[in-house]
Write a protein that binds this ligand. Structure first.
Ligand code: TA6
Length: 294
């Protein structure tokens, strides 16, 4: 996503400016190493562009920046649950207004830290006290850490994902390796399936891979690069593309949008909130994704 033309609201430093797209404020980073954008709405990374390269992050041309809808594309922060196991889908974090806590920079890049605390609306759908921090490290690579802490007096359970939309030149030519040998097929009622080959898509896919490799690679002959995804704090990796029919059914994605992205997600998957990961009072968990290209 091109952030250069957006009007500046506040200049925070040589490298960091707050800009605005419609009703959404975006922390814009322009650094020698890379440029990036992180929306306060959703804590949503909408761009990461190492110097001289096309954006690694795909954004829909029809994404709605009204400060209410979840943004289509980027890195949605799905928390405190992943999927449609409760409402709203993928949790409330991607629809909440985050606060800019800190920004730091040196010759290697910029670190932006956002925070989210409980509010009336979060407590209405998930009655627990928490503290969430999103640490976005922009340099030669992009590292996003969702750090959640139980600040309640009782244990709670959660799931989640960093739901990255990666840019590819042509979905049918992109070859993905490292997803691992086993997956839960969301398009077949959650059937457990085997198959760990190189994946080159010809149709829609929606799978939770349960044993992903430490590195997932998307080789892109059109943009002439390989994207490398390294996740931590996850229990699975999701691969998703809605294909033509799915894209047509979405009001916030152009019909041919599916041709130029692939979601590779750092996921803590659970079939229900209760079966998610437990955090005792005072405990924290970090869900991480790191993206680079070579
Ligand atoms: O991560 C894959 C998935 O859960 C799919 O099932 C698909 O619906 C996608 O996320 C997008 O969800 P959204 O709520 O953003 O439309």
């Amino acid at each position: 996503m091109n952030l250069e033309q957006l009007p500046a609201l506040t200049v925070l430093s040589d490298n960091v400016t707050i800009v605005e797209k419609d009703d959404v404020k975006i922390v814009r980073v322009i650094h020698e190493k890379a440029s990036a954008g992180i929306c306060l709405h959703g804590g949503h990374v909408v761009s990461f562009q190492p110097k001289g390269q096309p954006d690694l992050i795909w954004m829909s041309e029809q994404a709605i920046f009204d400060g209410k809808a979840a943004l289509r594309g980027g890195i949605p922060v799905c928390w405190p649950w992943f999927g449609r196991i409760a409402a709203p889908a993928h949790g409330f974090a991607r629809n909440s207004e985050w606060t800019l806590l800190e920004h730091r920079e040196n010759e290697n890049g910029v670190i932006v830290e956002l925070g989210l605390l409980p509010s009336e609306s979060t407590l209405a759908v998930w009655p627990h006290q928490f503290q969430a921090h999103l640490l976005v490290e922009i340099g030669d690579e992009l590292k996003v850490t969702l750090d959640v802490t139980n600040t309640d007096t009782q244990a709670w359970t959660f799931s989640g994902a960093l739901h990255t939309y990666l840019t590819v030149g042509d979905i049918e030519q992109a070859a993905t390796t490292g997803m691992g040998p086993e997956y839960i097929d969301s398009l077949k009622d959650g059937e457990i399936c085997q198959g760990g080959e190189t994946l080159q898509l010809t149709d829609t896919i929606d799978r939770v891979y349960t044993q992903p490799s430490a590195q997932i690679t998307v080789q892109d002959p059109v943009l002439n690069r390989s994207l490398v995804v390294e996740n931590q704090g996850h229990n699975s990796a999701v691969l998703w593309n809605p294909w033509a029919e799915g894209a047509q059914g979405m009001g916030d994605m152009q019909d041919d949008g599916y041709q130029t992205f692939l979601c590779v997600e750092s996921t803590l998957h659970a079939p229900s909130i209760e079966q998610g990961k437990t955090l005792q009072p005072g405990e924290s968990h970090q869900l991480v994704t790191t993206l680079s290209s070579k």
